[in-house]
Design a protein around this ligand. Structure first.
Ligand SMILES: C[S@@+](CC[C@H](N)C(=O)[O-])C[C@H]1O[C@@H](n2cnc3c(N)ncnc32)[C@H](O)[C@@H]1O
Length: 209
């Protein structure tokens, strides 16, 4: 953690102890703990859910359920989150965190490929958080677009991709190309207004008109 990150954390409301537990377990029990989005992104998502008074939220890419819990905490009593994770090995950790937080009732975990599951969801979402396979961001966006209510938000994580999507010498790997194609698509989409927030690895904040 660098000095800026430390200062920001110290000057912000601390995360709930269950969130700290999930973050820690993500590092201890998986080999890719850095996939957790972190307290700054979590707090932003929580604030968006609160400000929008969102009742229906969808997350694509649960991992350990860390961001899910930030958003779930901000839901009203009749609110619900659908969250989709392809890796069934994560299920025990995810459910343990939901239980510990006492938020299992408002979260529906779907294990499977989001591209198969999205067409089966019969819901209108206030907010969708896209945070799964970077190669598939365009496909997620296209699949989810009609499920978002007018005025609703799509928030996509990692859209600055560690700086690989701008400047010279842009790598040609599929993940980088996936993010480039996604950002291009959104920038040219007249059905939305958007901006990229350079928080952590970059969030594309997209409002459906
Ligand atoms: C960056 S992690 C998600 C982090 C989590 N949203 C958070 O904020 O803590 C990405 C997750 O997406 C999952 N994933 C990748 N492709 C997927 C797909 N097609 N459908 C559902 N989940 C997928 C991965 O298994 C991984 O757990």
């Amino acid at each position: 953690m660098d000095a800026l990150e430390r200062y920001i954390r110290e000057m912000s409301t601390p995360q709930h102890e269950t969130l700290a537990w999930v973050e820690r377990q993500s590092w201890l029990r998986t080999s890719h703990g850095r996939q957790v989005s972190g307290p700054e992104v979590g707090a932003l998502l929580r604030t968006l859910v609160r400000l929008m008074q969102a009742r229906r939220v969808l997350e694509i890419g649960t991992f350990s359920g860390y961001a899910t819990l930030w958003m779930a905490e901000a839901l009203p009593e009749d609110g619900r989150i659908d969250t989709i994770e392809i890796n069934d090995e994560m299920e025990d950790l995810i459910r343990e965190g939901f239980e510990r937080a006492g938020l299992s009732d408002c979260i529906r975990l779907h294990i499977g490929d989001a591209l198969d599951l999205l067409p089966t969801l019969d819901e209108r979402y206030d907010l969708v958080f896209i945070d799964a396979d970077k190669r598939e961001y365009v496909a997620y966006y296209q699949s989810v677009f009609d499920l978002v209510r007018p005025g609703g938000l799509i928030v996509a994580d990692n859209v600055l991709w560690d700086g690989k999507v701008y400047g010279e010498d842009i790598p040609r790997d599929q993940q980088t190309r996936g993010i480039l194609a996604f950002n291009d698509l959104v920038a040219g989409d007249t059905r939305v207004e958007n901006f990229i927030l350079p928080l952590r690895d970059g969030l594309n904040i997209i409002r459906k008109k």
